[in-house]
Design a protein around this ligand. Structure first.
Ligand SMILES: [Ca+2]
Ligand SMILES: [Ca+2]
Ligand SMILES: [Ca+2]
Length: 349
């Protein structure tokens, strides 16, 4: 089972980077967005090209897929997605061998049933021969190249796009990180949800407008998007009251809006635990890595942080010690501080 998990992992990693020449196997097309009427049958084609120096045997099979709340593709056996089009698709050939430089045309047929509404979808998984690869530490592992060709079908007149903002919040403050949760409440695939988050002061003046990169959302799916401020570390918003707004365009008739009031409290720093000295931000990035206040940052600060994690001097000053910038101070910040401590110095800087 472990081997299977490992292969799945590579599968996910390789989807989307198929065009990198170092991977050798290429596809001429990775997505078909169809709008065939109910009852129609259509043939689609794409090419599989072997750019490797060895021959490879290619297998093609159907798989269901969706996306995680973070937008990662998830591929699974047929029968796991409610709006699956897998039963409508046949493909040929399903296995062939490609010599170096050769390509093969793959044809799939989709037969759309009568009377369906909204987007249905499936994918064709293209797998090459597993190859031995030397992993870190000298171990040999098998890497199977797997790529997906997505097929989405939306009959004309399937209904209008619709969606809602489920939540809007701010997690970290250095840099400020807004998190928007959007839900596709319609039956149709939304290919291009976009928008922005605005940070305004109490007079309504826009202090920063942060663009949200376009993202797709399948029918019924929920997507959470991180929207980080472009400000530098340490260039934090001053303590005070702010209005956080989110505006989303999902391709429908109206825009969606959400907002909330963010209060940033001033820091109220004090010596932590048994230390007589104030914690210090030695490099002015807004994070106080010198927790014991001895004017140096070393492993003692990490131990001291871990020991005093729940101390009010730390918990009442979240943003000074929220090293991973997720809005809470916990063990993950101790781990992040340790990573910062162990970071190699960038010699090019
Ligand atoms: Ca610092
Ligand atoms: Ca120190
Ligand atoms: Ca944290």
């Amino acid at each position: 089972m472990k081997r299977f998990a490992l292969l799945c992992c590579y599968w996910l990693l390789l989807v989307g980077v198929f065009s990198m020449s170092s991977f050798g196997l290429r596809l001429s097309q990775i997505e078909f967005d169809l709008s065939l009427p109910g009852g129609a049958t259509e043939i689609g084609t794409f090419f599989v090209i072997n750019d490797e120096e060895e021959s490879t045997t290619v297998n093609i099979s159907l798989a269901d897929w969706d996306r995680s709340i973070d937008g990662e593709n998830r591929f699974m056996d047929v029968g796991n997605v409610i709006r699956s089009a897998s039963q409508w698709v046949t493909v040929a050939p399903t296995q062939f061998t490609l010599e170096p430089g050769e390509s093969e045309e793959v044809r799939f047929t989709i037969a759309v049933p009568v009377g369906i509404q909204g987007t249905y979808w499936t994918s064709l998984i293209v797998e090459g021969t597993p190859r031995e690869v030397e992993a870190e530490g000298g171990a040999t592992i098998f890497v199977r190249k797997r790529f997906a060709v997505k097929i989405l079908e939306t009959p004309p007149g399937s209904g209008t796009p619709n969606g809602q903002i489920n939540s809007l919040k701010v997690t970290g403050l250095n840099p400020l990180n807004a998190v928007v949760e959007f839900e596709n409440t319609s039956l149709v695939n939304l290919t291009n949800v976009k928008g922005r988050v605005e940070i305004r002061n109490t007079s309504g003046e826009v202090l920063e407008s942060i663009a949200i990169e376009d993202f797709p959302v399948l029918p019924g799916a929920v997507r959470e998007v991180d929207v980080p401020s472009a400000r530098d570390l340490g260039d934090v918003f001053e303590p005070g009251r702010y209005l956080i707004l989110s505006i989303l365009d999902f391709g429908g008739d109206n825009l969606l809006g959400g907002q909330f009031v963010l209060d940033i409290e001033p820091l109220d720093l004090a010596p932590i635990g048994t230390s007589p000295d104030m914690p210090k931000d030695l490099n002015s990035d807004g994070f106080y890595e010198d927790l014991n206040g001895d004017n140096g940052f070393d492993s003692n600060d990490i131990v001291f942080f871990d020991l005093n994690l729940l101390a009010p001097e730390i918990q009442n000053n979240t943003r000074a010690f929220d090293f991973n910038n997720d809005g809470v101070v916990d063990n993950n910040d101790v781990a992040t501080l340790e990573e910062i401590f162990n970071e190699p110095i960038d010699e090019e800087a």
